[in-house]
Design a protein around this ligand. Structure first.
Ligand code: ADP
Ligand code: ADP
Length: 226
């Protein structure tokens, strides 16, 4: 069974813009799929429909064998990483990491175990008691990833997670996400503008254009010069 299945998924916004046209796509268990394409091609809309942050106009999204069209974002067994970090400013790093688990009534011991594990994986153990404002951009993005990791979700959704970072940090974080991919093996969908990120991370690339799939292949197949 695919980890995530899109069955003729479409989106027309209230104003009449058809952002996504009847997309069929299956993401395999453990696959790291990268979505690329020009600005306005529907990448973010597609990701947000999978996350449940945008309603689906037509078709079906399944996570495992469960149809999630009408399931709340927090109940979808996926975790999203945003480019703006979306950390709670008044909470410490530790509280930021624990918050979603507390809401889900996870036992304290289990929360502590997962927070410690995420802190170790992301090397943020030294900042657990700091507030986000006392962190660098790269550290904040690590915490944002930590929030996703502690959920131990069936899949990660990344919406241009590195695009707010400067060039040097982007290269470093790209390598760190690659390591996460190799260590955790969690099914992922990753939206980016950055060809090097796509080349480094993608098991499979999907090129969208005008709300449709234009090309699917390995990075070599997609970026090979004609
Ligand atoms: P991308 O992420 O590839 O840049 P988007 O998914 O953001 O593309 O946008 C796809 C299309 O949908 C664009 O034409 C965009 O203008 C339109 N769009 C995005 N969000 C909205 C919205 N909330 N209301 C109306 N149109 C939208
Ligand atoms: P957590 O467990 O980390 O609190 P949840 O999945 O329970 O995460 O709830 C966070 C929800 O808040 C997301 O699913 C999304 O609906 C919303 N959200 C958080 N940050 C953003 C953001 N930057 N942009 C849009 N929506 C966001």
């Amino acid at each position: 069974m695919a980890a995530i299945t899109l069955d003729k998924v479409g989106k027309t916004y209230a104003g009449g813009v058809q952002a996504v046209h009847s997309i069929d796509l299956q993401i395999a268990d453990g696959e790291f799929l990268v979505l690329v394409g020009p600005s306005g091609c529907g990448k973010s809309t597609l990701l947000r429909m999978i996350a449940g942050l945008e309603t689906i106009t037509s078709g079906e999204v399944r996570i495992g064998d469960r149809v999630v069209n009408n399931v709340e974002p927090a109940d979808r067994d996926i975790a999203m990483v945003f480019q703006n970090y979306a950390l709670y400013p008044h909470m410490s790093v530790r509280q930021n990491l624990a918050y979603g688990l507390k809401n889900r009534k996870t036992p304290k011991q289990e929360i502590d175990r997962r927070v410690a594990e995420a802190a170790e994986i992301l090397e943020i153990g030294a900042f657990l008691d700091r507030k986000p404002r006392a962190l660098s951009g790269g550290q904040r993005q690590r915490v944002a990833m930590g929030r996703a990791i502690v959920r131990e979700p069936a899949a990660f959704l990344f919406d241009e997670p590195l695009s707010n970072l400067d060039a040097k940090l982007r290269v470093q974080m790209r390598g760190e996400i690659k390591q996460l991919q190799q260590r955790l093996g969690t099914t992922s969908i990753y939206v980016t503008h950055d060809q090097l990120e796509a080349m480094t991370l993608a098991h499979r690339l999907v090129v969208l254009n005008g709300g449709r799939i234009e090309q699917v292949g390995t990075p070599l197949e997609v970026y090979r010069k004609p």
